[in-house]
Design a protein around this ligand. Structure first.
Ligand code: K7E
Ligand code: CUA
Ligand code: CA
Length: 610
């Protein structure tokens, strides 16, 4: 009743405001309906879960961002190639995450292409791989914990850019070298420049082999039958200036015959460079086939059925459709200005991002091949200058055809100005109908390039809520201080609302190694260990053991305290490191806590603070 009255009032108000112009009223009503339904589509009440996890590359943020779709809620950042002190990631030079990252290169990365693992043509929710274009690394994220499991440097190439999983086996991920160099002689002579496509063991990330060639490789996509993998190549000129890179009218899509490359490896037809077998494409005919496409192509996407690979024209208003088995160009439909990337709905439609036109164009692949004039199905404006676009499940064999993300390079006036640099912008588009509908826009940190969307159902039973006990775990009652010359190891536990030991003593200059186990068994009860003035913040999730090493070089009392608000006694969850002059007598008493605990357990009491 109330709603009806309100509706009548709103309608009357709308008519009044529109000055009784019935056309405009009708269109406003339609707009109002559409707005309402868009709002309903993205409104997920607190406590209700989104259907999808969208994982957006963070570009020069060196991380990836997890958003809920359709709500567009920001859920989590997974730091990868950069320290993130707040999350206790790679910020303490003595921590495992820091050592692993620093061992592979600088503490900065540029992530572009998130890739999800697949089994039988569907996402299995196990792994996410991501490239670091700036420092030629690839990382693997374990989706049980949403944390980095491995990072490796890829030798012999620069600008590790396009990344894809080799399908259907998934035994490799392969990464494209976009920037040319001479890894053999380290020369500065462009005549010696080459690039490579590296095939990495998908689990260990060791580079198993590379195929090298003159020119570069940009964006990557795998065929679905284990035969060819594809890469766009915009610098077949092997030029070093942007003018030089656009000299030729046509460049290429490179197709690598993976079984043939494996055969060449087995037959020893390679040169070992920096410990990696490198197959020079000139020496193994057929290992790399160049397919001519218009000038400076960019996106490279194999259709869900594995029949075609589509190369976006970038400087040409076309998408080149190539038969993924015969490698013949079969059509080159015009789609609009600045086509960059293409994604799919599983109903035979392609969606191409148009950077210059600021549009997503929906087009029918078979109609474009047949040359029927109505192959363009729909266009929507996006805000503004879209780079990647990705539909849910688009790089599997079974896209779900419901949501599409447009990852826009510029947001201009879409959000409140917050200085000269505006937030990056994404838009969510409903592609379930014939016409696309832009439903929502959401900002994020710079600069997402690509995204993948995985359904919640694939992940929800897989993600862990507490760590299983690790071999290195410190058990309650077994906390201790172990001294060996100037090396001191502190075995610590934490639980609401105590660290045990609550204090430990060291000599100035001692190297201190902390092993801290969060002995909580309930979910969502993380603790942190921050050590004042020592630049240390360690995150410890339930059941997890974190380690870090540092030198106690400053004399005096340094408090450690919990950085994750965990209980009413969170502020009291703290202890002291007592740094005494060399030669001073040290106590191994692990602190007043143990005495209190002993007294308490003797009295049969348990702490009831939560
Ligand atoms: Cu087009 Cu690095 Cu995927 Cu950016 S690349 S847009
Ligand atoms: Cu533990 Cu706050
Ligand atoms: Ca070129």
């Amino acid at each position: 009743m109330k709603t009806t009255k309100l509706l009548i009032f709103v309608t009357a108000a709308a008519i009044f405001a529109a000055g009784c112009n019935s056309d405009s009223t009708a269109s406003k009503e339609k707009q109002a309906r559409q707005n309402k339904s868009a709002a309903e589509q993205i409104y997920i009440p607190p406590g209700k879960l989104d259907d999808y996890y969208a994982i957006l590359s963070g570009g020069q943020s060196g991380s990836v961002f997890v958003y809920g779709i359709p709500s567009c809620r920001f859920i989590k950042e997974i730091p990868i190639f950069e320290p993130r002190a707040g999350l206790g990631y790679a910020n303490n030079p003595g921590s495992e995450s820091y050592k692993r990252l620093a061992a592979t290169g600088p503490l900065w990365g540029d992530t572009h292409h998130p890739v999800l693992s697949q089994t039988d043509g569907r996402y299995d929710g196990h792994w996410l791989w991501i490239n670091d274009k700036a420092n030629d690394r690839v990382a693997k994220i374990d989706l049980r914990t949403f944390e980095v499991a491995a990072i490796k440097l890829v030798p012999n190439l620069q600008g590790a850019h396009g990344l894809a999983a080799y399908l259907p086996s998934g035994k490799y991920v392969f990464v494209n070298g976009e920037l040319e160099s001479d890894p053999v002689g380290n020369s500065t002579d462009p005549e010696k420049y080459r690039s490579a496509i590296a095939f990495l063991d998908a689990q260990t990330l060791e580079t198993k082999f590379e195929v090298s060639f003159v020119g570069n490789a940009d964006i990557a996509s795998s065929g679905k039958d284990g035969h060819y993998v594809f890469s766009t190549m915009y610098n077949t000129e092997n030029a070093v200036s942007s003018e030089g890179m656009i000299e030729r009218d046509r460049d290429a899509v490179g197709a690598i015959d993976v079984p043939l490359a494996e055969k060449a490896l087995a037959e020893g037809k390679f040169t070992e460079i920096n410990g990696v077998p490198v197959i020079e494409s000139e020496k193994v005919p057929g290992v790399l086939t160049l397919i001519s496409v218009p000038k400076n192509p960019h996106g490279c996407n194999v259709t869900p059925d594995g029949k075609y690979v589509l190369a976006c024209g970038k400087l040409s208003p076309t998408v080149t459709i190539i038969d993924a088995h015969t490698l013949k160009v079969i059509a080159e439909p015009e789609v609009g200005l600045g086509p960059l990337h293409t994604t799919f709905d599983g109903r035979g439609n392609a969606y191409t991002s148009l950077f210059v036109d600021s549009q997503i164009v929906k087009w029918n692949i078979e109609k474009a091949i047949k040359g029927t004039p109505d192959y363009i199905v729909d266009r929507v404006d996006v805000h503004y200058n879209v780079g990647h676009t990705k539909a849910a499940g688009a790089d599997t064999s079974y896209p779900s055809g419901d949501w599409l993300i447009s990852l826009n390079k510029l947001s201009k006036g879409m959000f409140l100005p917050v200085g000269p640099a505006m937030p990056e912008s994404q838009e969510l588009i409903d592609i379930s109908g014939e016409k696309m509908r832009v439903i929502a826009a959401f900002p994020s940190l710079p600069e997402p390039h690509d995204a993948v969307m995985i359904h919640r159902k694939v992940l929800e039973d897989y993600v862990v809520q507490t760590y299983e006990q690790q071999p290195a775990a410190v058990k309650i009652g077994e906390e201790k201080i172990v001294r060996n010359g100037n090396k001191v190891e502190v075995y610590m536990t934490c639980i609401r609302s105590k660290f045990v030991p609550e204090q430990f003593e060291v000599h100035q200059g001692d190297e201190v190694k902390l092993h801290i186990t969060n002995v909580e068994t309930v979910r969502d009860m993380s603790h942190g260990f921050a050590l004042s003035r020592y630049g240390i913040n360690v995150a410890i999730d339930p059941g997890q053991t974190s380690e870090t090493t540092f030198v106690a070089d400053k004399l005096g009392t340094y408090w450690y305290y919990c950085t994750w608000f965990c209980s009413a006694l969170h502020l009291e969850m703290r202890g002291r490191m007592l740094v005494k002059p060399a030669g001073a007598e040290l106590s191994d008493n692990i602190g007043p806590v143990s005495r209190e605990a002993k007294a308490q357990s003797a009295a049969g009491k348990e702490s009831s603070f939560e």
